[in-house]
Design a protein around this ligand. Structure first.
Ligand SMILES: Cc1cc2nc3c(=O)[nH]c(=O)nc-3n(C[C@H](O)[C@H](O)[C@H](O)COP(=O)(O)O)c2cc1C
Length: 342
């Protein structure tokens, strides 16, 4: 998918979360075989992952409450039940960062965290650009002060995790893309990219009008031929509308937007706590894996944004980029007729 997006003139971003460093290096080299164009590699920098939570010191009551709820799902799927502590989350971020430096990837893309000036400086020494995603003006200021080259302003419509890491910011309500992007444009000097709710050329033009230099799309690319998402998820993207998503921490321990399903509804109704970042997903891993293998969309986490309501086809990833640009050109050409001045 990264190769196709880059070949079509976009900037493809390789996911690095939970990828073992040698495998990340292999994937980076594979992208280089497919394209000479710039691409990015994404890592999460959430403070709750650096270092990962100590599973041995989790309160016994929390582990019991979470596993008891998960056992309901395990029983339904015919999986072995357990009340044990989940497996610890491997500490991969520092080693993955070293791979990014050694491979001199064109762009390091960050979700959920502030790299700080030292990490940014290490990238710049090697000619690596740094792009950090934020969901609030306050976090935009923080990453800009760290010296990043691009800030992604992620509206609350976005699919996947909210790129918000300070507890205060996470506790406050989310801000929509339309309101967030111009505010971020106003407070940072570097280019801003808009994310959340964009799936066609109209969204691209709107983002440019707000002062963004470009757009970052997630949900639209799940519904492509190259996407590795289970078929049932792709099918759901064609069927469901924008009101079919919700934000929940029940999958990974951090709030993210998903297509609503039985797992999310029943977990919320249970009132069970959630374990720390990625320990929660480690606990539920067998459930999610079985759901993916069985194409069971009621127990499969399907990170999806409100742009799902705009998705009506399953094109190639390169076609998504080409269509977006073609549509944007048409929208721009038509705009002067729709704005009357004087
Ligand atoms: C399936 C899926 C997986 C995602 N994974 C990541 C990730 O690993 N790292 C990251 O920084 N953002 C991730 N995102 C969020 C995107 O960076 C982006 O903010 C979001 O998709 C934009 O909104 P949209 O889904 O409406 O296009 C993911 C989004 C989706 C839909």
């Amino acid at each position: 998918m990264v190769g196709e997006v880059c070949r079509a003139g976009g900037l493809g971003i390789l996911a690095g979360l939970r990828v073992e460093p040698p495998e990340l290096r292999r994937r980076i080299r594979r992208v280089r075989e497919l394209t000479d164009r710039p691409f990015g590699v994404n890592l999460w920098l959430h403070p709750g992952l650096r270092p990962p939570a100590d599973v041995a010191s989790l309160p016994e009551g929390d582990v019991h409450a979470v596993q008891s709820v998960l056992n309901r799902f395990r029983a339904r799927l015919g999986l072995a039940e357990t009340l044990e502590r989940p497996a610890p989350v491997p500490d991969l971020i520092e080693d993955a960062f070293e791979v990014i430096l050694e491979e001199r990837v064109p762009l390091w893309s960050i979700g959920l965290g502030d790299p700080g000036p030292a990490m940014v400086a290490r990238c710049h020494e090697r000619g690596i650009r740094v792009m950090a995603m934020v969901a609030s003006v306050e976090d935009a200021r923080a990453v800009a002060a760290s010296g990043v080259d691009v800030v992604v302003a992620q509206g609350v419509e976005a699919g996947g995790h909210r790129s918000s890491w300070s507890a205060e910011a996470a506790g406050r309500g989310g801000v929509g893309t339309l309101a967030l992007v111009p505010q971020v444009v106003d407070v940072v000097e570097v280019p801003v990219v808009a994310a959340g709710g964009v799936a066609d050329g109209r969204g691209l033009v709107a983002a440019l009008a707000l002062g963004a230099g470009g757009v970052l799309l997630g949900t639209r690319f799940v519904a492509t031929r190259e996407s590795e998402a289970p078929e049932t998820w792709k099918k759901a993207l064609l069927e469901r509308e924008s009101d079919a998503t919700l934000v929940s921490p029940a999958v990974t321990g951090l709030p993210a937007r998903y297509l609503r399903n039985r797992f999310l509804d029943e977990y919320a109704a249970s009132g069970a706590p959630v374990l720390p970042p990625l320990v929660q997903s480690s606990a539920a891993e067998t459930i999610f894996r079985a759901a993916g293998q069985r194409q069971d969309r009621e127990h499969l986490p399907m990170p999806t944004g409100q742009s799902v309501g705009l998705i009506r086809d399953l094109p190639g990833a390169g076609e998504v980029v080409a269509t977006l640009v073609r549509e944007a050109a048409a929208v721009l050409a038509a705009l002067p007729r729709r704005v009357r001045t004087g």
